[in-house]
Ligand binder design. Structure first.
Ligand code: PGA
Length: 247
């Protein structure tokens, strides 16, 4: 796996943005897999800049988000659909109908997940999947213990994830305890994967993902099985790595 250690969040966003933009410019109808959370925000700022200043065209881009909370409507400001609209989609020329986020309000989760997978397959699969990492090593909402072959499904969130995300809710008790997430098996089928991480709280998870054993205790360790993964991490998230991965 390739590891790029960035000095700043802005640099992390620019490094990742350059990889995404190169793919988008090389292939029309590029299929992007997208992530939410604080980590990918510098990447989305860079993609917006590239669109506005360097003509990066999203008009034929298709996107699939990793996950969504069960029970939050798209209008809720903590829903991932709301996040994506505000952090990226509303600022570029992507066609909203081509953007896919699991529906947290579906009344048939199982069918919805099957259709989500089938829709990814119908467009030829994901060309480039952007990921963040949880402090516990999760990717999407695939918490420790998730099967490395898992597919899109409903999952229970762990205490560590609830503790990390609940402060974003005005009333932390309102944070949903369940979510829909693409599976690890789904993620591994992407052509290319970019993992972003920043901050000292991610250092142990980044080290376990890159240098630990491939095991369900650290879902991100499954990325070691993929042939085209680039970690773009800030220095404070890289402190657990051995020298061979440091610049
Ligand atoms: P964060 O979340 O970017 O808000 O830290 C990442 C994750 O939990 O996957």
């Amino acid at each position: 796996m390739r590891v790029i250690v960035a000095k700043t969040l802005e640099e992390m966003g620019k490094e990742a943005g350059a990889i995404v933009a190169e793919g988008m410019r090389a292939k029309p109808h590029y299929v992007l897999g997208l992530a939410t959370g604080d980590t990918p925000k510098p990447l989305y700022r860079e993609l917006i800049r590239l669109h506005k200043e360097e003509d990066l065209d999203f008009s034929t881009t298709v996107s699939f988000n990793l996950d969504e909370y069960i029970g939050l409507p798209a209008t809720h400001d903590q829903s991932y659909r709301y996040f994506m609209d505000h952090e990226l989609f509303n600022h570029v020329n992507i066609v909203k109908a081509n953007t896919h986020v699991p529906d947290g309000m579906t009344d048939d989760v199982e069918t919805h997940c099957l259709v989500y997978e089938a829709t990814i397959e119908d467009v030829g699969g994901i060309d480039c999947q952007v990921l963040g990492i949880g402090r516990n090593g999760h990717i999407g909402f695939n918490e420790p213990g998730s099967s490395l072959a898992s597919r899109t499904r409903a999952v229970d969130l762990t205490e560590s994830t609830i503790e990390a995300n609940a402060p974003h809710f005005p009333n932390p008790e309102d944070m949903p305890r369940r979510a829909i997430t693409m599976g690890i098996g789904t993620i591994l089928e992407s052509e290319k994967i970019i993992m972003l991480a920043c901050g000292p709280k991610k250092a142990a998870a980044v080290a376990a993902a890159l240098e630990g054993p491939v095991c369900v205790k650290c879902p991100a360790s499954a990325l070691q099985l993929h042939p085209d993964v680039t970690f773009v991490v800030t220095e404070d998230a890289a402190t657990g790595l051995t020298l061979k991965f440091r610049r």
